[in-house]
Unconditional design. Structure first.
Length: 253
């Protein structure tokens, strides 16, 4: 079995670590597969425009460079850590209304998709590239922060286009998702190293993108809570030493 984290942000949007640092951060902790999923924010809303102004989002003109950087680091991750690195984005549609906000983690995206497209058009475009759609933190995150309820409120209509729903974000397990019968994954939504202690997905089999995607679609996976030994340290002082997986929390089927 190996650990997976499919929702990770780098300095290409609003993360604290570079892609290279993320590879070492996860690789030295023995992870088998990760996905780099930086924000790709729409441009038609005030919040989306603010993200572009603050340079907290990917933009079309840098997208090929972003993919090239991931590919280069993926080769290094494979060589040093036997870890798969999957390219991805988080389509980010933010509204001042929680019910109108939606975040979609898309794995395996290798051609730019306009974030101003509708949710349905984005989901179809990801599938046309052979990618996987994941509803990011679709219910309350139990934190004082903007929420993204649009996908959950429309789950009956979107369920055929959504390959999985995040059953956890960080340290919180979402009972509503877990009990829904919908396909699930668990990821950290990591922006900062201190967020490493969180629910993670566990898989077995080959560490290849096609097999990872098949496991997500078939729900051939489990979840566990990963307790990072350096979680209490500030990220600037943290030493990127090999961590320890805590299996004190039972796996969820």
């Amino acid at each position: 079995m190996f650990l997976c984290d499919f929702h990770i942000h780098s300095q290409n949007s609003d993360g604290k670590l570079s892609i290279s640092q993320l590879v070492d951060f996860y690789g030295k902790r023995g992870f088998g597969a990760i996905a780099i999923t930086d924000h790709l924010c729409e441009t038609r809303t005030l919040l989306g425009q603010s993200a572009h102004y603050l340079q907290k989002t990917l933009v079309q003109k840098q997208f090929n460079r972003y993919l090239l950087e991931i590919d280069m680091e993926a080769a290094r991750a494979q060589r040093l850590y036997n870890m798969l690195v999957i390219p991805g984005v988080e389509f980010t549609k933010n509204s001042f209304s929680h019910k109108d906000s939606a975040h979609i983690v898309a794995l395996g995206v290798r051609k730019f998709i306009n974030p101003d497209l509708s949710v349905d058009e984005i989901l179809d475009s990801v599938h046309s590239q052979g990618g996987v759609n994941i509803a990011a933190h679709p219910v309350s995150t139990r934190k004082m922060e903007p929420q993204t309820y649009h996908l959950w409120h429309n789950r009956d209509r979107l369920s055929k286009k959504m390959d999985a729903w995040e059953v956890a974000s960080g340290s919180y397990l979402f009972d509503e998702v877990y009990e829904s019968g919908l396909p699930m994954v668990a990821s950290s939504d990591l922006h900062h190293p201190r967020q490493m202690s969180s629910w993670k997905t566990v898989m077995s089999g080959h560490r290849k993108e096609v097999d990872i995607f098949a496991n997500i679609r078939a729900q051939d996976l489990n979840f566990t809570y990963y307790e990072d030994p350096a979680a209490s340290l500030s990220w600037s002082a943290m030493k990127l030493t090999e961590g320890t997986l805590s299996l004190s929390t039972p796996l969820l089927g």
